[in-house]
Write a protein that binds this ligand. Structure first.
Ligand SMILES: [Zn+2]
Length: 456
């Protein structure tokens, strides 16, 4: 492993992409003491004593932020810990992840918020920003102590895993969250429609004899939340949007000037509900195709791709949801919802670039610029001078096969095991510290600019 001390680090010859500043070509990035100094032109002198990393052929982007992950600690450390989740994050190219509050106990107090931050600081890998619960114990009946959690460090509120159950409670939550200038992230699912469903309601649920959740269950709540965003003027973020109707609701809300944003997860555009029938490995009822919201039919996938293309979708988030193999080994009906995703998100998004669905600049916007904007993380998601030196270096040509047995996550629940991927994080740098180097890091050549060379 190259010895990068990176008090002063110059990353040169890479393709520097920073949509926040419109920087997207042939520049060098200089960082010092954990902060960005600036983007330099190639003719500028190499700063004295700097480590020089040659990133020829590589993409140099502001550190990627995954604003929707489940780290399972406290309470379910056998599935994932904050440290193992943070290790998976940096291996996948993420410098910051946001931890959803559905742990045990639920993060509905300043004490749990502080615990998460301390555990992440101990791990010294990705930065972990906690998301606090909207309601006490995420039960949907009484608002949580949002102000105390905000003082302790939360960046948003959500009862994710569950929707906020009634429009009345959601209205109060939005008004309250707005007072603290926090976005409210909703898992849109009308339980009275989705109840008992284990996959998307449609052709394949009928064929497989599984109970379906209609797309309308998501769409009804998304439309409700947009109406309430208009009423309250709160910042509202729709989590893991998977349906045509929810995309349309977000698009309309934006046209009306509301503070509504939304995210999509890679599995929702990469797979359809046919995967439950065994489309992937001739393995019907594979519980690694069970998640909530569920894999949808082709028409919904097309709507997501259109949302990615036309700017309606703000953010790509993995919804990384680790579960133990024994739990996922249950019958499809009984198995828990969710898959891991931190190590596959970037490659699955690079597929969209290869297919011409989105540009590389748009990919960086979805992974870095926009999550920082949605969460108001002003010194992240950009290479503006003074920003944190959070950097994701990507090799767009790297071909690899996902061997989940080598995952940094404690869990293995993924439908993408054995899949051939293109595009990988080669180095992940958090606040100027190299926290991950890909085994193929030899693509990066490191040298040190000596004082003698400078004198010439
Ligand atoms: Zn959710």
């Amino acid at each position: 492993m190259p010895q990068l001390r990176n008090m002063r680090l110059l990353i040169k010859n890479g393709y520097v992409v920073d949509p926040a500043q419109g920087t997207n070509t042939g520049k060098s990035l200089f960082v010092e003491d954990g902060r960005v100094v600036g983007v330099m032109s190639h003719s500028d002198n190499v700063p004295e004593g700097a480590e020089v990393v040659d990133a020829t052929g590589l993409i140099v982007a502001p550190g990627f932020i995954d604003m929707h992950v489940h780290l399972r600690e406290p309470g379910h450390e056998y599935k994932e810990t904050i440290a193992s989740g943070a290790a998976a994050a940096v291996a996948g190219g993420f410098t910051t992840v946001c931890a959803m509050p559905n742990t045990d106990p639920i993060n509905d107090s300043a004490a749990v918020t502080r615990f998460i931050i301390e555990q992440a600081e101990r791990a010294q890998l990705a930065d972990v920003l906690p998301i606090g619960a909207v309601t006490k114990n995420s039960e949907g009946t009484e608002l949580a102590e949002i102000g105390e959690m905000k003082s302790a460090g939360i960046v948003a509120v959500s009862d994710d895993g569950r929707p906020v159950p009634t429009a009345g409670m959601m209205r109060r939550a939005m008004e309250y969250a707005r007072g603290f200038d926090l976005p409210i992230i909703d898992h849109c699912e009308d339980k009275s429609l989705a109840r008992g469903g284990v996959m998307h309601e449609g052709h394949w649920s009928l064929v497989l004899g599984l109970r379906g959740m209609p797309a309308a269950a998501e769409e009804v709540d998304a439309i409700r939340d947009c109406a309430l965003a208009e009423l309250t003027r709160a910042r509202v973020h729709l989590a893991h949007v998977s349906t045509r109707g929810a995309i349309a609701a977000a698009r309309r809300a934006k046209e009306n000037g509301l503070s509504v944003t939304c995210e999509v997860a890679p599995h929702h555009w990469t797979l359809t509900d046919e995967a439950v029938a065994g489309e992937l490995r001739d393995l019907p009822y594979d519980t690694n195709t069970k998640m909530s919201p569920p894999l949808r039919s082709r028409d919904h996938v097309e709507a997501i791709l259109e949302g990615l293309r036309d700017g309606t979708v703000d953010v790509i988030a993995s919804d990384h949801a680790p579960h133990h193999a024994d739990e996922k080994a249950l019958e499809f009906d009984q198995a828990p919802f969710g898959i891991i995703g931190l190590e596959t998100s970037v490659a699955l998004a690079m597929d969209l670039v290869k297919q011409g669905v989105i540009s590389l600049e748009r990919l960086v916007e979805l992974f870095a610029t926009n999550p920082a904007r949605v969460l108001k993380l002003e010194d992240r998601g950009t290479f503006r001078a003074g920003a944190r030196a959070d950097i994701t270096i990507i090799d767009p040509e790297s071909s690899w096969t996902y061997d989940v047995s080598h995952s940094k996550s404690k869990s293995r629940n993924t439908p993408f095991a054995g899949r051939n991927m293109t595009g990988a994080a080669i180095a992940t740098i958090v606040a100027g510290r190299v926290v991950f180097l890909h085994p193929d890091f030899s693509r990066l050549t490191v040298s040190r600019a000596s004082a003698a060379r400078q004198a010439k």
